[in-house]
Design a binder for this molecule. Structure first.
Ligand SMILES: [Zn+2]
Length: 306
């Protein structure tokens, strides 16, 4: 997974202008951890050679090659130590709509973790490409999403990522261990677009649905060819959030109403969501829909004719 060509095509940037802006750095953003290991190995080799071997113990003909080898190793360590190009930190890029008008400014701040500068820029460029798409997928009357989004990479953060308002915080250690997880960025960006307020009295903003919609955007639209998580029909529930709810929503759109998520999004954004709306939109309660979904999963896992 060193080279970007190993990434499935769906992860590639689709905006030539942005792709150009980050292309030179893509080489360095795939496997930060392995780069660090390589650097450590080179460093150990260089120091090991210098401290274990004294040139005076070597045959005279070996001294020059030995010194050359040490020089080569030391310079390769120094070259690898040069941080990735960080012309600007924070780095910004505009998200534009189909007409070319700027809809938001995306800012990437990797000042705490310079080794993730290239990864961060690619993530920022992906956000610039996907912000208008997610806004269209989750469009609702009279709504305009925030005009700026900040991605901040945090050195000491645990877990994966968190989003509050238009600010996305991403844990550096998570990125170093999951250098291909661009979908995580799309999930967090969806939270910015959601902008769901606190619900009005008598209404709800179920956390499982908010997270489910974020993963639905990721799975159904950003990673449509990705392998779907296995859902156990006997144990799972639509309330499980994330990929389970995402899979459920994706199925419900295919089988009942292809605009279901957009329909659910509107009342969530107005603080007027109620669970009963599932019945209004699909003719079935959410529990009835889940039963049907679970039955379809069981049918898939049973041998034909059983
Ligand atoms: Zn989330």
């Amino acid at each position: 997974m060193r080279a970007n060509k190993d990434l499935p095509k769906r992860y590639h940037l689709n905006r030539p202008d942005l792709a150009q802006a980050v292309a030179a750095e893509l080489r360095t953003c795939q496997d930060v951890k392995s780069q660090q290991r390589l650097l450590a190995a080179r460093r150990a080799a260089a120091f090991g050679l210098v401290f274990r071997t004294s040139p005076s113990n070597l045959a005279p003909t070996m001294r020059v090659p030995f010194l050359l080898l040490v020089g080569l190793l030391v310079s390769s360590v120094r070259a690898a130590e040069v941080p990735p190009a960080t012309n600007e930190v924070p780095w910004s890029v505009n998200a534009t709509n189909a007409e070319g008008a700027t809809v938001a400014r995306i800012t990437v701040d990797t000042s705490e973790v310079p080794d993730l500068a290239a990864w961060g820029r690619h993530a920022g460029a992906l956000c610039a490409e996907w912000y208008p798409k997610i806004t269209a997928l989750l469009a609702s009357e009279g709504f305009t999403p925030p005009h700026s989004v900040t991605l901040r990479f945090r050195r000491d953060m645990r877990g994966v990522a968190a989003t509050g308002g238009n600010r996305i915080s991403i844990a550096a250690d998570y990125v170093r261990d999951h250098t291909n997880d661009w979908g995580m960025v799309i999930h967090e960006l969806t939270h910015v677009v959601q902008s769901y307020p606190e619900p009005e009295p008598g209404c709800a903003k179920p956390g499982w649905l908010v997270e489910g919609i974020a993963d639905y955007i990721r799975l159904a639209h950003f990673e449509p060819q990705a392998r779907r998580p296995r859902i156990n029909p006997d144990r799972a529930s639509y309330r499980d959030a994330y990929k389970t709810t995402a899979g459920f929503l994706e199925w419900a759109e295919k089988t009942h109403d292809r605009h279901l998520v957009q329909q659910l999004n509107q009342p969530l954004r107005e603080g007027k969501f109620k669970l009963e709306l599932f019945k209004e939109y699909t003719g079935k309660t959410v529990d009835e829909l889940w039963q049907e979904f679970a039955d379809s999963l069981r049918a898939k896992t049973q041998p034909a004719g059983a």
